[in-house]
Design a protein around this ligand. Structure first.
Ligand SMILES: [Zn+2]
Length: 346
């Protein structure tokens, strides 16, 4: 079978390899991959700046955004042969730390967790993969191919769960949400904000194209200008990781604001008045926090959020489908790309 493999740390080493089909262990599903979403993490691994081999292996199978169809299921599994599944990415550390011990591996405290296709475990970028039943998430047949969005949506379901908890610390008068960045993560963040009945604003550099249209169709307001011109938000979901945007959002919130940082970007030095930033946070009771990854409950919340969304709108988030033999094209980022997926069953 064909698999996209890479030697972590070696730029240019990614290739379509021919591997033997994996043997399912006890409790494993055998899954035929239908679609594989790609994101910045995959690009970083291919560029050699990220990724870690599984123990005893020479190449890493890439890919962590799975939509697959179950070919074989062990007795007692929650999903049956023929059903669609998404795959959870992270596995708890073997120690386990107190968070992993209670299924909150997204909050792992010792960093010894592993991740399919990223850190110490082969990914989902092969024609056939094994998936431990307890890390499979059933995809409603009505969602179909859109199930490939469950993994990216799980990251936002986790972020929103945390935001909702923090919002509950005082009188809950939050009304206005600002999302920075209108890529797949930003648009899914905005979807979940609209589903919570907030007034939603999305800020991105793009002045035209698909991003403004998708935001407006969601019933949210689109902006491409300076952040100072926007009404002060009560909640910010920052999805760019760009240093200037991160400092801007922290300085321009309403009272009792919650700012959730979800983006990552290369290290960057910036001149910032930390005194003014401190005073803004103190005088306004603001909370700034970071959020990464997702556990099983977030994958389930993500599936429910997608289920409740408009199918046509979701379908338009997938701007390109690339057949497996042209997998390299999928990793090249186009200007009008939102989510690009590799089609394995073409
Ligand atoms: Zn842990």
């Amino acid at each position: 079978m064909r698999a996209i493999t890479v030697v972590p740390g070696e730029p240019g080493s990614a290739e379509l390899a021919d591997l033997p089909e994996p043997e399912p262990g006890p409790g494993d599903l055998l899954v035929e991959v239908v679609l594989l979403g790609v994101c910045g993490t995959d690009r970083e691994i291919v560029e050699g700046v990220h990724g870690e081999l599984a123990e005893g292996r020479e190449r890493l199978v890439l890919g962590h955004e799975l939509l697959g169809r179950v070919r074989e299921a062990p007795e007692g599994a929650d999903v049956d042969r023929g059903e669609l599944v998404a795959g959870i990415v992270r596995r708890p550390d073997p120690v386990p730390c107190p968070c992993c011990a209670r299924g909150e591996w997204d909050m792992c405290r010792n960093g010894l967790y592993t991740e399919r296709g990223i850190k110490g475990r082969d990914g989902y970028g092969a024609e056939v993969v094994t998936l431990e039943s307890e890390f499979a998430v059933a995809v409603d047949p009505g969602l179909g191919d859109l199930g490939v969005l469950i993994e990216p949506a799980s990251v936002l379901a986790k972020a929103w769960e945390q935001i909702d908890r923090i919002r509950g610390r005082a009188c809950d008068a939050h009304e206005r949400v600002l999302v920075t960045g209108a890529g797949p993560i930003g648009l899914l963040a905005a979807l979940m904000a609209v589903q919570r009945d907030f007034e939603v604003h999305v800020l991105d550099r793009a002045e035209s194209g698909i991003k403004p249209r998708l935001v407006r169709e969601l019933g949210a307001q689109y902006h491409s200008g300076a952040i100072e011109k926007l009404p002060p938000p009560d909640v910010v979901v920052e999805c760019t990781g760009v240093a200037e945007v991160v400092t801007d959002v922290m300085l321009h919130t309403g009272p009792n604001a919650v700012v959730c940082l979800t983006g990552v970007a290369p290290s960057r030095t910036l001149s910032v008045d930390v005194g003014a930033l401190n005073n803004e946070l103190v005088f306004e009771n603001d909370v700034v926090f970071g959020s990464v990854n997702a556990n099983r409950s977030h994958f389930e919340q993500a599936a429910a959020a997608l289920q409740a969304a408009d199918r046509d709108w979701l379908a338009r988030l997938i701007t390109r489908r690339v057949p497996l033999e042209r997998w390299e094209d999928a990793l090249a980022k186009g200007d009008d790309d939102i989510k690009v997926v590799i089609q394995f069953d073409a």
